[in-house]
Design a protein around this ligand. Sequence first.
Ligand SMILES: [Zn+2]
Length: 276
Amino acid sequence: MPELPEVQTIVSDLKKVLPKLKIRDVWCDFKKMIKQPESFAQFKKMVIGKKFLDVKRKGKNILINLSENKTLLIHQKMTGHMLYGKIDPQDRFIHLVFTLSNGKHLALSDIRKFAKVLICETDRLDTLKDIKDIGPDPLDKTFTFKKFKEIFSKKKGVIKNGLMKQEIIAGIGNIYANEILWEAGIHPFKKIQKIKKEEFEKIYKAIKKILKQGVRMRGDSVVDYRDAFGKKGRYQNFHKAYQKEGEKCSKNDGGIIKRIKETGRSAFFCPKHQKL
Ligand SMILES: [Zn+2]
């Protein structure tokens, strides 16, 4: 699933190309992905003729501001993927295509068809469940250590699951959660309530560092992620823990990366510097 750095890469790409363009037409062959308004006919009416103003992100949501107080929210979910350019009409994974005033396309490709798209009034965005029910964005300037500690010290369960819960903190998934905890030296199954202040500090710093690194590398293409122009990211070449089981820990502490599975998700960690 695309996580914060992958979504941010797509948002930055789209921000470069979309503003000032207009939507000429829209096509969709999987209308269920549009959650709001109720019908595709209404959706079409709402977007045609609108101008792109800006592209933003909250957590894993892509927010495309259009003229006349409209915002398009796209959540790519498991395999969704926004593409810009000339779209191959033979590509059967493309389910939504906007034709733009420059003749190019903005498309949503989605192999597993879990992606969701909706449109709402820009000034009512904060009332939307997808926005109001998620936690703070970890790369937002207002996400301070104080705020992080405040949020987490009330939580139960293990730290890795906590980091991945979108209602607590928005944007981290399985890859970056593993990398963040490796960096911080915290065992993925450590109970949140047992985490000390210094350890919270390490996790907070690692969140910022690893996510920024992911953004710099233009995302992680260990699975099928591509940027808005169809190019791979590079973060998969820098993993220290994720899918590194059996390899030597790169902290040179003699540890061998281990993998444990819990509720279908794998945790990767070094037993030497990430002790329970
Ligand atoms: Zn280690």
